[in-house]
Write a protein that binds this ligand. Structure first.
Ligand SMILES: [Zn+2]
Length: 289
């Protein structure tokens, strides 16, 4: 039976030294209907005095609360004795010759990732790092409409391991975290494309379709199209697959659409909208005019 995050009042047991040693407590925050399916989790440092503002760590959710990297980094920076007592100092140093230790740490990778990267660099110069592997895995999963479980299938791990025994296939928690960063970056590049086209006095055309998924969730699908002024190539992208919480009346569809267009700052550069002639769509179009 699947775990229901929306209704649970307790966190599932996490048998990890960080919580078992009572260095951190995790508090499950009340369910917020504004973020369906997502539960926020508040990590609290028990090593800090109870009046210290630092003791509340950034909020996590059910996908990210088990990512240990930042907890360990926090301990190292704020409670070095605890960090040593729990043995993280020895884990971080194991098997890395000091000459290969890299100083180019990025903020999204922690000691364990660094260990993997450094070992890879030492053995196969120029080989893939865990972030790049995570991104390629995300690309593979998204482009082929696969389940995220693909990444943790034993046969997928076998494939990765066969290609390079020193690479560890990304965990699903790492993927969940990385996909957000990846999306934000790609979205920024996409916004730049739209902006450049508008600078060239270009306009956009949209296609809309309302759709209800198998689990009875309503969506508004929006695709965007334009002709590139430089080389006359047709550009087509999915602008959004918006989950509609409200009834899909024409007014509500219009509000959702306008909000999305404003997010991309293209609300004044729409040349045409193609849609089917459901009556709510007709209301949407007359509102848009
Ligand atoms: Zn603390």
């Amino acid at each position: 039976m699947a775990f229901n995050w929306e209704t649970t009042t307790i966190l599932p047991e996490w048998n990890h030294i960080l919580v078992n040693s009572n260095a951190f407590s995790l508090e499950l925050l009340p369910y917020n209907p504004a973020t369906p399916g997502l539960r926020q989790i508040k990590p609290i440092c028990n090593k800090c005095p109870s009046n210290s503002p630092k003791r509340i760590l950034p909020l996590r959710n059910q996908y990210t609360y088990k990512l240990t990297t930042n907890y360990i980094a926090y301990l190292k920076a704020n409670h070095k004795t605890t960090w040593q007592e729990l043995g993280f100092n020895t884990k971080g140093k194991q098997a890395i010759p000091s000459s290969t230790a890299s100083s180019s740490q990025t903020s999204t990778t922690g000691p364990l990732d660094q260990l993997v990267i450094q070992r890879q660099k030492a053995i196969f110069p120029g080989t893939i790092n865990s972030k790049e592997l995570a991104r390629l895995t995300i690309k593979y999963i998204v482009a082929n409409n696969l389940s995220f479980n693909t990444a943790i299938l034993p046969t997928f791990k076998e494939l990765i391991k066969r290609l390079n025994p020193d690479i560890v296939a990304p965990s699903q928690y790492y993927l969940y975290q990385e996909i957000d960063t990846y999306y934000t970056e790609q979205n920024q590049l996409f916004k730049q494309k739209l902006y450049l086209h508008m600078q060239n006095k270009g306009t956009f055309t949209l296609c809309l379709d309302n759709w209800t998924s198998l689990n009875q969730k309503a969506y508004l699908g929006i695709t965007i199209h334009w002709i590139n002024a430089k080389d006359w190539t047709l550009q087509s992208y999915i602008l959004r697959l918006e989950n509609l919480y409200k009834q899909h009346s024409g007014e509500n569809l219009y509000t959702s659409l306008l909000q999305i267009l404003k997010e991309y700052n293209i609300q004044n550069n729409i040349f045409s909208i193609t849609r089917d002639n459901a009556s709510n769509n007709n209301t949407l179009i007359s509102e848009f005019r």
